[in-house]
Design a protein around this ligand. Structure first.
Ligand SMILES: NC(=O)c1ccc[n+]([C@@H]2O[C@H](COP(=O)([O-])OP(=O)(O)OC[C@H]3O[C@@H](n4cnc5c(N)ncnc54)[C@H](OP(=O)(O)O)[C@@H]3O)[C@@H](O)[C@H]2O)c1
Length: 226
């Protein structure tokens, strides 16, 4: 089964619908964006709240066979470091990095017992490039790289793989909410000269689910932008 976070909006919603169309057994999570339909397939969580995650795992315990955990949910806070509000900065780390770890921490024992698991985390080109105003977001996403390597080594002989997707800029989700001028600049900087189509993300997710010898690494999906 697939457990997909952030499944009612943006990239997560796109992936959720793709997997459903293939007849996969998917549970999606949401936080503030209520599902438009298929309500039975969704659970409300807050990645900042370990107990809400534990409750979800307990609720779906009977479904947890051959688990694929897709950690798509994430948040963002744009501010130059010297002007940043420390609470908002910490919240990004708390959701993107620690929230991702909270779920991994809860599911790893089940994966280890079953000798199978796939964990796919969503990182970002922003962590590779150095983009002004993104210190919290970049720190949260680059933190996933180290976490992934350690967890990969700990679990490689247990049928479990863990990898990251380093996404460039896509035509769906959070990047579409930025001011038009900035978006134009972004597109001009991409060698492929366009925002990415999320089918590319879906294809790589599927590839990672099907692969048992790729672990502890990251795949760049960015239209040639480095
Ligand atoms: N779009 C891009 O071009 C791009 C580029 C690089 C990386 N990424 C990464 O790709 C992933 C998806 O991005 P997106 O653009 O689709 O983002 P998005 O449209 O902003 O959606 C963010 C998702 O995260 C969920 N979320 C936020 N806070 C949460 C919390 N405390 N607990 C549980 N869920 C929470 C939201 O749930 P609710 O709406 O229900 O609150 C929403 O589903 C993110 O990790 C993002 O960093 C995206």
């Amino acid at each position: 089964m697939i457990l997909l976070t952030g499944a009612t909006r943006g990239i997560g919603k796109f992936l959720f619908e793709k997997f459903i169309s293939l007849g996969e057994d998917v549970i999606g999570t949401y936080h503030n964006t209520f599902p438009e339909n298929d309500i039975d397939r969704f659970i409300k969580i807050d990645l900042a709240d370990y107990d809400s995650l534990k409750n979800m795992i307990n609720k779906i315990q009977y479904k947890l066979k051959n688990v694929v955990l897709i950690n798509c949910a994430g948040n963002n806070y744009n501010s130059f470091a010297h002007k940043s509000n420390i609470e908002k900065w910490e919240e990004v780390i708390n959701i993107n990095l620690i929230g991702t770890f909270r779920l991994i921490n809860l599911l790893l024992p089940i994966m280890r017992e079953q000798n199978y698991g796939r964990i796919i985390n969503f990182a970002s080109i922003v962590a590779q490039k150095g983009v002004p105003g993104t210190s919290a977001y970049a720190a949260s996403k680059s933190g996933l790289w180290g976490l992934t390597k350690a967890i990969a080594v700990e679990n490689a002989n247990k049928g479990i793989t863990i990898n990251n997707l380093n996404l460039g800029y896509f035509n769906i989700g959070m990047i579409t909410e930025v001011p038009e001028n900035f978006l134009k600049q972004v597109i001009n900087s991409i060698p492929k000269a366009e925002l990415g189509n999320p089918d590319n993300i879906f294809n790589v997710v599927k590839f990672l689910i099907e692969s048992d010898y790729i672990t502890g690494t990251s795949i760049d999906i960015n239209g040639g932008l480095f």
